[in-house]
Ligand binder design. Structure first.
Ligand code: NAG
Ligand code: NAG
Ligand code: NAG
Ligand code: NAG
Ligand code: NAG
Ligand code: NAG
Length: 325
């Protein structure tokens, strides 16, 4: 088979999975392996438009890329492959992206009880979920989880169109220390709801996303149109209570995303159910799996989404919250 084509096909689809590693693995010739790595690297760089300051830093990033390849080669679940995060070490990834804060040290842990496998809820196909966004190199997952939940709540309540786009930057800049949040350095989705309950949130167009911490711009924040919520609620730490709440609307959830950096598709469960470090939006349950909207762009996972195994996978039922539009 044409190697170039094979590599292209592998990078071009979400189904990178194990095939690429067979290619690398099946080759016992060291030189050939290095050639494959170089080809993979240059295709990957092109695909994600990556640039490096100098040859030394690029050389270091190739080594990181190679060790990430080794890590996902061990994957037996078929859900891990090459992603946009392949030039980051696991510690670097965690420092930038796994920044959701614990509200307290006594957060509940839901029992790992699967819900009725025939449950069928999908707010995406109902057209009540806005397009997947990209938080960039900023630990602002908590703002995207919150805006996603509020956008869906407003659409379902008939108070907004599906094209609504709320300002994450307003939350990054204005929902700060007094809400125990720290912008790109992390925060809590429930504290974002507390802010929106008393401070209307404006649109992305009025207060655009910059992926950096800035001083709160009160003029931009006061622009219309603006949106608010009347209240927000915590869901009991229970998979069944979560499924009931999901029937009403999408739910902001917290998860352990330590291994999500390499997710390329399928039903994922390679995670811890007792901790959390990332905030996302639960948007459905179908074919015996939870459907979750992430904020890492549409090239990640399944067009920006991840499916999680039935049960309390990645701790998704531990601390769910939803806003009332
Ligand atoms: C968490 O997952 C492990 C491994 O799947 C399981 O044995 C354990 O019961 C789960 N913890 C809770 C609190 O359900
Ligand atoms: C919402 O705003 C973000 C950030 O500016 C942008 O990337 C995205 O395309 C917008 N989405 C929609 C549906 O307009
Ligand atoms: C929100 O928008 C309305 C007009 O739709 C305006 O009257 C009100 O002052 C705005 N509130 C804030 C806090 O910006
Ligand atoms: C949450 O749990 C409490 C105590 O276990 C129970 O009384 C309450 O009815 C539950 N709430 C919902 C919405 O299921
Ligand atoms: C992440 O994946 C590795 C390899 O599959 C696994 O050993 C590890 O337990 C996973 N981490 C968590 C937190 O589940
Ligand atoms: C899950 O998280 C707990 C608490 O941080 C930790 O003790 C445990 O080792 C973790 N398990 C895995 C598989 O990472």
């Amino acid at each position: 088979m044409n190697k170039q084509l094979l590599l292209l096909a592998l990078l071009g689809t979400a189904l990178i999975g194990s095939t690429v590693f067979l290619l690398v693995k099946s080759n016992n010739n060291v030189q050939e392996n290095e050639e494959n790595l170089a080809q993979l690297w240059s295709l990957w760089k092109k695909t994600y438009n990556k640039k490096y300051a100098d040859p030394d830093s690029e050389h270091y990033r190739i080594q990181v890329f190679s060790s990430n390849l080794d890590f996902v080669k061990q994957d037996t679940t078929g859900t891990m492959g090459i992603t946009q995060f392949f030039d980051l070490t696991r510690d670097e990834f965690a420092a930038t992206y796994l920044t959701e804060r614990l509200t307290d040290n006594n957060e509940p842990i839901a029992e790992d009880i699967p819900i009725d496998s025939s449950t069928n809820i999908n707010w995406v196909t109902e057209e009540k979920v806005t397009d997947v966004k990209n938080q960039g190199s900023c630990g602002s997952c908590w703002t995207f989880s919150a805006t996603g939940a509020v956008e869906s709540a407003l659409i379902i309540a008939g108070k907004a169109e599906r094209s609504i786009n709320l300002s994450e930057q307003q939350l990054v800049d204005c929902c700060t220390a007094e809400y125990d949040n720290a912008g790109c350095n992390g925060g809590n989705k429930d504290q974002a709801f507390r802010y929106i309950e008393s401070n209307p949130i404006t649109t992305e167009a009025n207060y655009p996303y910059k992926a950096v911490n800035q001083k709160c711009n009160t003029q931009k924040a006061a622009l219309t149109p603006n949106y608010t919520i009347s209240n927000y609620k915590q869901v009991n730490a229970s998979t069944n209570d979560l499924a009931e709440a999901l029937k009403i609307q999408p739910i902001a959830i917290s998860v352990d995303a330590s291994n999500w950096s390499f997710y390329t598709g399928g039903i994922f469960s390679n995670c811890n159910n007792t901790t959390h470090n990332h905030a996302v939006l639960l948007v459905g349950f179908q074919n015996d799996a939870w459907i979750v909207k992430n904020s890492w762009g549409t090239t990640w996972g399944e067009n920006g989404y991840i499916r999680l195994k039935n049960g309390n996978t990645c701790g998704l039922a531990n601390v769910p919250y939803y806003p009332i539009a």
